[in-house]
Design a binder for this molecule. Sequence first.
Ligand code: ACK
Length: 635
Amino acid sequence: WTLGHCETCGSSTRFVPQQTSLVQASLLVANLLAHMNYSFWIEAINGVSDLSPEPRRAAVVNITTNQAAPSQVVVIRQERAGQTSVSLLWQEPEQPNGVILEYEIKYYEKDKEMQSYSTLKAVTTRATVSGLKPGTRYVFQVRARTSAGCGRFSQAMEVETGKPRPHYDTRTIVWICLTLITGLVVLLFLLICKKRHCGYSKAFQHSDEEKMHYENGQAPPPVFLPLHHPPGKIPETQFYAEPHTYEEPGRAGRGFTREIEASRIHIEKIIGSGESGEVCYGRLQVPGQRDMPVAIKALKAGYTERQRRDFLSEASIMGQFDHPNIIRLEGVVTRGQLAMIVTEYMENGSLDTFLRTHDGQFTIMQLVGMLRGVGAGMRYLSDLGYVHRDLAARNVLVDGNLVCKVSDFGLSRVLEDDPDAAYTTTGGKIPIRWTAPEAIAFRTFSSASDVWSFGVVMWEVLAYGERPYWNMTNRDVISSVEEGYRLPAPMGCPRTLHQLMLDCWHKDRAQRPRFSHIVSVLDTLIRSPESLRATATVNRCPPPAFARSCFDLRGGGGGGGGLTVGDWLDSIRMGRYRDHFAAGGYSSLGMVLRMNAQDVRALGITLMGHQKKILGSIQTMRAQLTSTQGPHRHL
Ligand code: ACK
């Protein structure tokens, strides 16, 4: 952030109410560029400032604006249309918001998008799409991609490929003529015979009748398979290959993964461990390039052949994805007894732990930027027909630039690896707190159930890694959700974001938004930060089971008969302050419920994030009590 690299902002930057001569100590700066470092200098001036011999002094604040996807490609032109190829030309989006890594051209036969579409990547602003059918109308759309994700697709542009011009040699022409003449002679002969025998010719039917016959003879209309919300029985269209559908298990990984020589990997440290093995940090030697930091997931020794196959299935699924918000597969090590999956290394680890260790340290805009990344990754997966089933903050990884990427694919993940998954009555293992009710009850996982989980991830992010539904039991979560309870807005959560969460948690999965909608809502919020200013009021609907078990005031002691101050602090991960509360004389939850911000500070809790968390939880408990006990109860 050396000033030498600074440029003055362009005239498009807006200062509200104005840039100079401000009387109040606040202003809004708008129309800044995304993902850019800005330095703001604030200087106080009075009537004699100009006369002072001292150098002028200003406070400086350095701010990095959040990442945003590039804006829509708006100008797209057809350069040339052949019989089997079309050349297109377009303009870079007006706001690239970063370095454009590539453009994606989506194309499909008109009215057949739902059946299949293809994509082509280009690094410049022109491309030739080949392999098209002659005389067919195609629809083309282009979008740009930066490290922050993909922009919106351009308006659709229709182009018809040229009709094939028949080209015959003399031999063919002679054959055609002969066939025609023979045909005519036979026809004439038949006509004469029919007139003689019946006196009536079917060859002169009414033209409408003829047309109807032709229409009835056409192929039935195509069946459109919805990508997002399958109405029950129709499976989602899949544009990726499920590894377990391969007959020969060994083949599963081959098509989409790259074998890496074990000697090229240098493991440096263990960074985590799961049921199936350890996760390590290491470096991958790439010929002719600098070593690349990688994460290596290794299957633990003593595995069965099935475990090995399920473990490697993650790589063959991941290898099919190519998106800035999906963890990238570098390759696999499968030679001999080894089974390792090598992926890009994400400096900040998993999102839930990352947020917990940086409690209260990000702006709402940064949090929305993270969610936008997760949403864009999920939009990509749902477009491919891939249903994640275990979307949760613990399965999102964060890189050094706060870019979030969805991870954890594969067959064994929900079943074995996820510590949050619990057995249901039907025998399956499901991460209850993150899973849509219909998926828990009937195992109907879909992109719409992934949307439900995304809503829970939104809540986790805005609550800085708080456990959804706190210390409620899985059984209580299921019954509360069934009775209509939804997680309340976390402290300081903008109303619009809580509304989006509630939309994701619609009981009827067909009513939940699609990921494309979620991403566009988040993009809109990023573009208009004022919409994030209004914070949500705490949800007044308590979880019935939770309210019964935790806030049973009949237990005496002025409140919280079923829960001690220590239990409550543990449930919000603030157990370290037990002694502070005890020293302050707060021996029951009833007393805690009367605390205000000053009381919390007086206990010697200095970290702002922790103060906020404790006060937020007190506020939530009060709201829950108000609605169970009635608004006039004095605590
Ligand atoms: O929160 P963490 O540090 O981030 O701990 C978990 C641990 O491994 C077990 O999953 C970390 N981890 C997994 N994959 C990666 C990766 N690609 N880059 C960095 N850390 C990773 C995760």
